[in-house]
Design a protein around this ligand. Structure first.
Ligand code: DON
Length: 305
């Protein structure tokens, strides 16, 4: 069994000693109020090893990291038909960009940008009896933790200023690729993004994608191996919006970031690691999170490449 803990301690100290650059999510009032110097890391390994440092037991807003879980649920329930409504190509544009939707006739490039995640919310909205409750129940079941919850305050805070997301959802609706009432889909979307977790909960929740779609504890199948592989492929190519190439180049793992400052990355068959530090770089990805993971895969020689 490889012991990653001393490497994690070492990198944590290196990064803590450096200046913390960037700005916490400026456009969601509740997120702008978070203490920007919090910094946590947690690693969960398939062999049962777990290790955390810093603020790894503090809840934070996982934001877009939630999009991987909503995609997983939609893919599990509906299979390949979801690809008729959303693509699998990196967009090369910011996560909330409207620009490609016009020429792409309302089919978002991938499910991890805002428009794509809204189409996934719309699909779930059509097929779940109680979308908000049922999505939460899905997350609680894979995390094995009933304390996971939405933040109604953060969802409301984002809704109060969510003009761009309102535009995106209505624009996609104009092409017929949102089937339900856009206001209801947006409410679900804002809730979906407002899920709160600690680094420890996050790295444990995503272990099923390290283990070919199965829960490592019970061996219960969340996704088939083929679906699990494809979700990881989409995280690899699209998980960091217009910085996906940079993350792949520097870190070399499938992963997903959120504007709450969290980053989740995983090595199939080995481990899942989460880093949280609210200050974001200009592309909206955690400055310290990117740095930590770059050093981690370099020092442990554990990128997938
Ligand atoms: O919709 C938004 O802008 C946020 N709720 C989520 C953005 C985020 O984390 C990055 N997105 N892909």
């Amino acid at each position: 069994m490889i012991d990653y803990s001393s490497t994690i301690d070492e990198i944590y100290e290196i990064i803590l000693a450096e200046e913390n650059i960037g700005k916490a999510a400026w456009y969601i009032p509740e997120l702008a109020n978070v203490n920007p110097d919090q910094f946590g890391v947690h690693l969960s390994c398939l062999d049962g090893q777990g290790y955390g440092i810093g603020d790894y037991k503090t809840k934070f807003s996982i934001q877009s990291i939630s999009k991987v879980l909503s995609l997983s649920l939609a893919y599990k329930m509906l299979g390949d038909q979801i690809w008729e409504r959303v693509g699998v190509e990196p967009s090369g544009n910011p996560f909330n960009s409207l620009i490609q939707l016009e020429t792409d006739l309302g089919i978002p490039r991938n499910p991890l940008i805002n428009g794509g995640a809204m189409v996934i919310c719309d699909l779930l909205f059509s097929h779940l009896q109680k979308p908000i409750e049922d999505y939460l129940a899905f997350i609680r079941s894979i995390c094995g933790n009933d304390t996971i919850n939405y933040s109604a305050e953060i969802a409301a805070s984002e809704k109060s200023v969510g003009y761009r997301n309102v535009a995106l959802c209505n624009f996609i609706k104009s092409f017929g690729n949102i089937k339900n009432d856009p206001t209801a889909v947006l409410d679900f979307y804002f809730y979906m993004c407002s899920i709160e977790m600690t680094c420890e909960e996050l790295s444990k929740t995503f272990l099923f994608l390290v283990h070919d779609g199965k829960m490592p504890t019970t061996q219960e199948e969340i996704l088939t191996p083929s679906k699990s592989k494809r979700i990881n492929a989409i995280m690899q190519t699209c998980g960091f919006y217009d910085e996906s190439g940079e993350f792949s180049f520097r870190v070399g793992l499938p992963g997903k970031s959120g504007v709450g400052g969290g980053i989740l990355a995983l090595h199939p068959q080995k481990y899942c690691i989460s880093v949280w530090s609210p200050k974001l770089n200009q592309k909206g990805n955690s400055y310290r999170g990117m740095k930590f993971l770059e050093l981690f895969t370099t020092k442990t020689e554990s990128s997938i490449f």
